[in-house]
Design a protein around this ligand. Structure first.
Ligand code: AMP
Ligand code: MG
Length: 482
């Protein structure tokens, strides 16, 4: 594997060079073919012994300079001080058609930043991160990728004893908001500047010539973050731990832990059992994104120099979010034009979804079947609502809006089916795959991945993957334990 390590060219203060801790008797669990192709690898190779060794941290490619990066961050609104890659090891980067892609092993052993942790990840959380990264990519949402999972029978203590696994993640960079906060908190402007220049030169070269490149960087990150979160809201994705150390400087969805996809719609839903206050609920995500950008702005202030410039960059967040959210919602409703009162239509829709706790994914998918001149065709859609008259009242508004823009049923359905997924990673689907994998049966991980890689296709043979959660799933709790 032809690896360089561009990040390793930064001064030593930014990381600790170290080797992964070998994983006892590693074996292949799963791989993503599209992720492999992205870095020019034949996916079939990933199950071969050489790659099992490499992607479990048991051997290291020739030019690789493995390292763990340092960062800090705000966790649940509180300054947490130094964190860093406590169990992730950057192997290096690999050239691709769209620029260098970093490869990182997650769960590859303790580092100087492990604090009380063991440096490992369990198979359960590794499968969740692997599946969701690839599912989000297939949904067209900016995200880090997952190449493969390698497992081991090594016991790992969490609430119970589980087994270990290593996920290979890929992203152009794993630099986080917290990477900047780290040097700001330590009052090290020189290091702050080195990091900002590295990020601009490597990933935002077009900003180099702007009047104030650091203000432009903040503005660009605000825009990307706002757009990413609009995408999350539009598919009902909840990250679960939007701490600043989990916010990517490239606006990628990063650090999949206790995430969830909205099922019975409740804007206040909290996917992370550990988040007792609901700080990172579905409804709160957009404003948390803004607040996290503030933390980044604060950290960049010594470079930006003038508060009004930083403020102006931060002020771009809300309009960027609103514009993207409205664009995505119009697409979800199959609207081709923009009208002044669209947000009233959206608000009324969410109110009736909320009151009836309709399944988020299935509602939008079914909405594409609505026929303009045949209200009887609404039956399957109406049946999702307990209060059917409330749905009917909203459908009257929606039909009027569609008629006003001369919408055509067949064309609208085609367009809506390309933005309203039929398949998302419901918690219970992940749990079924995890339960089987814990019995050494990995076929369901591969099957579920295959379904999620084509989320907009009907796949009638896989219809059951779009089913509502079974009764047993109401007891599923997802926490920070990973
Ligand atoms: P997370 O909530 O997974 O984003 O992790 C927050 C911080 O804790 C990061 O610095 C991680 O590297 C670290 N961490 C989480 N789990 C472990 C573990 N098992 N061993 C070492 N460090 C960990
Ligand atoms: Mg993290």
């Amino acid at each position: 594997m032809p690896l360089a390590n561009t990040f390793a060219a930064l001064p030593p203060a930014f990381y600790t060079r170290l080797m992964p801790t070998p994983l006892p008797a590693p074996y292949f669990v799963a791989a993503s073919a599209p992720a492999a192709r992205l870095i020019g690898l034949d996916p079939a190779l990933l199950a071969q012994p050489d790659y099992v060794e490499l992607l479990s941290g048991n051997s290291v490619a020739e030019r690789s300079l493995p390292l763990a990066a340092v960062y800090s961050g705000h966790q649940f609104g509180v300054w947490a001080g130094q964190l860093g890659d406590g169990r992730a090891i950057l192997l290096g980067d690999i050239a691709t058609a769209s620029g260098p892609m970093e490869l990182q092993l997650k769960g590859a052993g303790a580092t100087p930043y492990s604090r009380m942790g063991d440096g490992r990840a369990v198979l359960r959380s590794s499968i969740r991160e692997f599946l969701c990264s690839e599912a989000m990519a297939a949904l067209g949402i900016p995200t880090s990728r997952a190449l493969a999972i390698m497992g081991s029978n090594q016991g790992i203590v969490r609430e119970t004893v589980e087994t270990a696994a290593v996920v290979t993640r890929m992203a152009p960079s794993f630099v986080r908001f917290g990477s900047f906060e780290h040097w700001y908190a330590r009052k090290k402007p020189a290091e702050l500047k080195i990091l900002a220049d590295y990020v601009i030169d490597s990933f935002y070269p077009q900003l180099r010539d702007s009047a104030n490149p650091y203000a432009s960087l903040l503005q660009e990150v605000c825009t990307r973050t706002a757009h990413m979160i609009a995408h999350w809201q539009a598919v009902g994705f909840m990250h679960g731990v939007m701490n600043t150390d989990n916010m990517s400087i490239l606006g990628l969805t990063l650090d999949y832990g206790p995430f969830g996809f909205m099922e019975a719609f409740d804007a206040e839903h909290i996917c992370n059992h550990t988040d007792s206050q609901g700080r990172y609920s579905y409804a709160n995500q957009p404003q948390v994104g803004h607040r996290n950008c503030h933390a980044l702005g604060q950290a960049l202030l010594p470079l930006i120099g003038e508060v009004p410039l930083a403020q102006a960059a931060l002020d771009s967040y809300e309009p960027a979010f609103a514009a993207k959210m409205n664009e995505l919602l119009r697409a979800k409703l199959g609207l081709r034009t923009e009208q002044g009162d669209d947000t009233r239509l959206f608000d009324a829709m969410f109110a009736v979804m909320q009151a009836n706790h309709v399944d988020f994914t299935n509602f939008f998918r079914a909405l594409g079947n609505l026929q303009l001149h045949a209200p009887d065709s609404d039956a399957p859609l109406r049946d999702m609502f307990i209060d059917r008259p409330a749905f009917d009242a909203w459908a009257v508004q929606y039909r009027a809006r569609l008629l006003a823009e001369h919408s055509v049923d067949a064309a609208r359905k085609l367009a809506m089916d390309q933005v309203n997924p039929k398949y998302v990673l419901r918690n219970y689907l992940a749990q079924v795959a995890i339960d089987k994998a814990q019995q050494q049966d990995y076929a369901e991980v591969a099957q579920l991945l295959a379904v999620l890689q084509k989320p907009f296709d009907e796949q009638p043979e896989h219809q059951h993957y779009a089913a509502l959660p079974p009764d047993w799933a109401s007891h599923l709790e997802v926490s920070c334990s990973s």
